[in-house]
Design a binder for this molecule. Structure first.
Ligand code: ATP
Ligand code: MG
Length: 242
């Protein structure tokens, strides 16, 4: 098993943001995570990627316990993530932003430069290497964020609301890029998304969270039919539209 999360708990003072969450993720799988605002999705990502220390429970990556490890060590094990509020650096060029990802593994500037170039090619951003992120549209900035994560050469890539702020065409394009990279680099994906067309078409399996709890998991079509899921989340956004 690539990732095992066992009875994970994360509390903020009296608030239980993750309450006893358990699930597994197999190598090569695409796992989706859905749930209303405040359900605890980003918190779960932050616990796995080492940005938050869990209050309880265990996280195992390729059989090794990584619970409570800091983010740079988790990254070195092969877990990368993108952030809901993007973390690209405004004062660095597009190319330099992506090189930061590569510097997680190598201290050699030439290697980092070469790898960043290859990834920007894949993203259709090869013409923008010298540009500054703020000069580019939001869809390109999302690709830079994705490129930076890919540059760490992850085994597991976690995407927190990749499609937020994108129009349907831009969303479709980023899904295509993602699928291409997944195949080429044999990635395992764990993604959270409010854009149902994204998460439900890309994921082989989805987990549904609500108010800190995992309420169900299963294949997208099966999960979308469940009464408790419709009540907690899907109702307005999805079920009625079918
Ligand atoms: N650093 C923090 N300190 C205190 N409370 C936090 C912190 N991070 C998250 N929370 C709280 O934990 C709960 C879950 O938040 P989280 O961001 O994980 O939700 P989410 O499912 O990602 O929501 P959204 O869909 O809006 O991104 C919320 O009540 C939030 O206010
Ligand atoms: Mg979130």
């Amino acid at each position: 098993m690539m990732l095992e999360v066992k009875n994970l708990v994360k509390e903020f003072g009296g608030l239980v943001a993750n309450a006893d969450i358990s699930f597994e993720l197999q190598q090569g799988e695409v796992l989706g995570l859905i749930g209303p605002n405040g359900a605890g999705k980003s918190t779960l990502f932050n616990c796995i990627a080492g940005y938050y220390k869990p209050t309880g429970g265990q996280i195992l990556f390729e059989g090794k316990e990584i619970t409570g490890w800091p983010s740079h060590l988790v990254a070195r094990e092969g877990i990368a993530r993108t952030f809901q509020g993007m973390k690209i650096m405004a004062n660095l060029t597009v190319g330099e932003n992506v090189m930061i990802g590569a510097f997680c593994r190598t201290g050699d500037r030439r290697i980092a430069l070469k790898e960043a170039g290859e990834i920007l090619d894949l993203m259709g951003l090869d013409g923008e290497t010298e540009a500054y992120p703020a000069e580019l549209p939001i869809a390109s900035q999302k690709r830079i964020e994705l490129a930076r994560a890919i540059a760490t050469k992850p085994k597991l890539l976690m995407l927190d609301e990749m499609a937020a702020g994108l129009n349907p065409l831009e969303t479709k394009e980023i899904i295509q890029i993602l699928q291409r990279i997944k195949e080429q680099r044999q990635l395992t994906l764990f993604l959270t998304e409010h854009v149902m067309e994204f998460v439900m078409t890309v994921s082989q399996r989805v987990i549904v969270m609500s108010a800190g709890q995992k309420i169900t998991e299963g294949p997208p079509a099966e999960v979308a039919r469940q009464e408790k899921v419709i009540e907690a989340y899907l109702g307005e956004r999805y079920a009625k539209g079918r």
